[in-house]
Design a protein around this ligand. Structure first.
Ligand SMILES: CSC[C@@H](O)[C@@H](O)C(=O)COP(=O)(O)O
Length: 349
């Protein structure tokens, strides 16, 4: 029996505002907020109301289109100067997910040849909509390729939320689970809660449950025991930036799961669109890793759980070296360990 896809879009364009699913409020409230200024957009990205690499890029693209609608400038040159300023401002909202810069730069490029302000405004809106529509198709294709790596009754571990709400639709690492549900294939998912801000328990558990996927929540420190006790057959994760050699930045904790997968001799998959690759960087050592507010570690839901004045280290991402990654699943196909340098270069020729 097939089942249709029910997860709502997390970002919607509405001509003079952006409607955004506030991911900070999930799973307790499904609330949409209205972003009306470029500052609203910047704040929503920084505060994780929208998060997940492709969704950040989509929101920023709409943010630039939105900002440009209100420019009070007299010439197309002045328009482009203001656009570049807003591009740089939005680019400062988060440093690690390369989709943010990819989407913003694509927006700026889309008006390179515009000769009038009206033409440029229309082009920006169309480009942002295209970025969202393309991402949905890309995610579905990633899901199909990823699903081909699993068999019925597999038990798969994931971390963070690389799901529908982190993209235009379907997600990357979660796409195969949504598609399996549509096709009536049974996959069992184990979601790691993902401290400090709990994207696994708040978002992945919510999203997969909404979709009717068989999902079990664990805390992050239960991963090794769960792999052994439940017979996990694979790990799949998303990505925020993949360098030319296949090194992959993703949510903090991903690297540890890759080491566990190797220790247990099970495959470790990364699922990501081409917009997440940064081939200007040769290795993961060059990826800027965001460090966030210590309060994310010392507090849960506004409640202090650590002593006042404690030293805190709060990196939001880690980098998994390419040799620990069994395969990288893209919309163009599956890239395998040992060939990343060549296969990634080929993708961008
Ligand atoms: C399809 S989303 C891929 C990644 O962006 C995701 O795995 C992740 O690490 C998100 O981190 P977040 O800090 O929630 O934006």
């Amino acid at each position: 029996m097939t089942k249709s896809f029910t997860i709502p879009r997390s970002v919607e364009w509405n001509e003079n505002y952006i409607s955004l699913l506030d991911q900070q409020k999930l799973p307790l409230e499904t609330e949409y907020i209205e972003l009306r200024t470029v500052q609203d957009v910047w704040e929503s990205i920084t505060s994780l109301k929208v998060r997940g690499a492709p969704a950040i890029g989509i929101t920023a693209a709409f943010g630039l289109a939105l900002a440009a609608q209100n420019y009070e400038v007299e010439s197309i040159q002045a328009f482009k100067t203001q656009l570049q300023k807003d591009r740089d401002y939005l680019a400062s909202s988060r440093p690690t997910a390369v989709n943010l810069f990819w989407a913003l730069d694509r927006m700026v490029r889309s008006v390179e040849n515009a000769t009038s302000i009206n033409e440029a405004k229309t082009k920006l809106t169309h480009e942002a909509i295209r970025i969202q529509i393309e991402d949905e198709a890309v995610c579905r294709q990633i899901g199909e390729y990823a699903l081909s790596l699993f068999k019925s009754n597999d038990k798969v571990l994931t971390i963070c939320n690389a799901g529908s709400i982190a993209t235009a639709r379907y997600g990357t690492a979660l796409a195969p689970f949504h598609l399996a549900k549509e096709k009536g294939i049974n996959l069992q998912v184990f979601a790691s809660e993902t401290r400090p801000v709990l994207q696994g328990s708040r978002l992945t558990a919510w999203e997969l449950k909404q979709s009717g996927v068989d999902v079990t929540l664990i805390t992050d420190n239960m991963a090794a025991h769960t792999i052994a006790a439940k017979g996990i057959t694979a790990v799949i994760v998303g990505a925020d930036r993949i360098t030319a050699n296949g090194d992959t930045a993703n949510k903090i904790g991903t690297y540890g799961l890759a080491i566990l997968a190797k220790a247990f001799n099970i495959p470790f998959y990364v699922a990501a669109p081409l917009s997440t690759f940064d081939i200007s960087l040769q290795s993961g050592k060059e990826i800027p890793i965001e460090e966030r507010n210590p309060e994310e570690v010392t507090h849960i839901n506004g409640h202090r759980i650590a002593p006042e004045g404690i030293n805190v280290f709060n990196p939001a991402f880690d980098v998994t070296p390419n040799d620990l990654i069994t395969a990288i699943i893209t919309e163009e196909g599956i890239l395998y360990n040992g060939e990343y340098k060549d296969s990634i270069a080929n993708l961008f020729q």
